[in-house]
Design a protein around this ligand. Structure first.
Ligand code: ADP
Ligand code: MG
Length: 453
């Protein structure tokens, strides 16, 4: 009786939910009993059961009711005999000599860990203290308290550094732990290779067998459908086994374009922390630390007073540029055998200092865009919705996102306290328009030149 009704209900769910959702969430379920107003389902994983309970309960109940089986409640459980997604568990009863666990395992196909990127060399300041604390927690290797840890922030703010530090620390504390770190690009590459070589089962098994999975720059898989799909399944399988996952991206999950909604919501389920743009103190701290390192390498070289604070004030874009500047300074000073003075720095870093100078502010962008379109600056920030004002406002939002390192909420605040989703919408409108609208593309080019000069 249950199976009959379920067959009928499934057909209807397929129609209402669409094929994709159906295949992912409904198909794996089996209705095991219908009793006393409770429909009990067998689900392959706890995660899947919870997800369906949270998102599709109402629809399932409604359609069950239509089929003559009205129920008050749905229950999901994972049958004990169901094969776990990671079929790697050895079964001693059936094997003469269970192999010792890790020795015959294939090497993990991760990226090498850069040993310079440790917690010791990571300078903590206000902008990154939360991310640092969360990374530390994960690196302790205790029971997972949030899953996944999602780190995001602009280029060069230390995401990769923190991930390597986690991998490194875990390796020190628990050498037997299988920690896999790789970029999303490498994940895709491995996946495509496995497809080509018909080794997809091996691929799945390998990724589901790790204790900690870290995927760097996950925004890379946006728009790559089958890779996303595989990533999603890997992700769920590991979360179900309580295995820690750490993800990084250049923006918040909800802001990654062309990433499936179900993945976005999965990514938001754990702890989402952002690395804020550096502030002066943090930059100074990082410089001081690096100088210590270089002073050992180039013994005899000294740095004059004021040089570091000058650099920390002037190079604000990201840590990578800051480091590059210092590397060049030391290399140059060692060549000419001179102390690193302010003049030497200004000379030797002229190009970097110039580009850093050019950073536009949101206010400046608003002013220039308002000028260009002949609208009032106050209207840029105000509430008027007429196209003649809304469009320039969106241009200014777009340029602010492009040319400054402000986050969407920060930009929103500068546009009269608008919500970050409004800014995101504005940015998208212009992104799309510039592909089809010549005038807009031209205006953008011109404004950009104006602001960058
Ligand atoms: P992201 O992955 O966010 O683009 P990275 O982790 O690659 O940035 O960092 C870029 C460079 O800046 C690396 O060399 C890294 O060691 C350094 N860096 C970033 N943040 C810090 C920090 N807080 N302390 C020390 N070095 C840092
Ligand atoms: Mg990185």
């Amino acid at each position: 009786m249950a199976t009959e009704i379920w067959g009928q209900v499934r057909g209807e769910l397929l129609e209402t939910l669409g094929k994709n959702t159906f295949v992912t969430w409904i198909e794996p379920l089996a209705l095991s009993s219908l009793q006393d107003g409770v429909a009990s389902f067998d689900a392959p994983t706890t995660f899947l059961g919870n997800w369906v309970a949270r998102n599709y309960s109402d629809q399932i109940r409604r359609i069950l009711g239509k089929a003559g089986a009205s129920v008050d409640r749905l229950e999901f459980s994972v049958p004990r005999s169901a094969p776990r997604p990671a079929a790697r568990t050895p079964q001693p009863e059936t094997r003469a000599a269970p192999p010792p666990r890790p020795s015959d395992e294939p090497d993990l196909p991760g990226a090498p860990i850069d040993q310079r990127f440790t917690f010791d060399t990571f300078v903590v300041g206000k902008p990154n203290e939360l991310a640092h604390a969360a990374a530390r927690r994960v690196a302790e290797g205790g029971p997972t308290s949030f899953n996944p840890l999602f780190l995001y922030g602009g280029v060069g703010l230390g995401k990769t550094h923190l991930m390597h530090a986690i991998a490194w620390e875990l390796h020190q504390r628990q050498p037997q732990m299988r920690v896999l770190y790789l970029s999303a690009e490498q994940f895709m590459y491995r996946f495509v290779q496995a497809l080509r070589e018909r080794q997809i089962m091996d691929f799945k098994e390998l990724f589901r067998s790790v204790d900690v999975l870290m995927v760097d720059d996950v925004q890379f898989i946006a728009g790559k459908d089958s890779t996303q799909e595989e990533f999603f399944h890997t992700f769920n399988a590991l979360v179900d086994q309580n295995k820690q996952i750490v993800i990084s991206a250049d923006r918040a999950p909800g802001e990654i374009k062309d990433l499936e909604d179900r993945i976005k919501s999965r990514l938001q389920c754990g702890l989402v922390v952002d690395l804020h743009p550096t502030d002066y103190e943090l930059r100074l701290g990082i410089l001081q630390q690096k100088v210590q390192f270089y002073s050992n390498q180039y013994s005899g070289l000294t740095v004059a007073d004021g040089v570091l604070s000058f650099l920390a004030h002037r190079i604000t874009s990201n840590v990578r540029v800051l480091e590059g500047a210092l590397t060049r300074l030391f290399a140059f000073a060692s060549l000419v055998g001179r102390e690193i003075t302010l003049e030497l720095a200004q000379d030797c870093l002229a190009d970097i200092l110039r580009t850093s100078d050019r950073r536009a502010t949101v206010e400046e962008i608003q002013r220039k865009v308002a000028d260009h379109y002949n609208v009032r600056l106050s209207d840029m920030i105000g509430p008027k919705r007429a196209r003649a004002i809304a469009r320039p406002r969106q241009m200014a939002m777009y340029l602010s996102k492009q040319l400054t390192s402000r986050s969407l909420p920060e930009i929103g605040r500068r546009f009269g306290g608008r919500d970050h989703t409004t800014i995101m919408h504005g940015v998208r409108v212009i992104e799309d328009l510039q592909k089809t609208d010549h005038q807009i593309a031209e205006d953008l080019q011109m404004l950009r030149r104006l602001l960058e000069s």
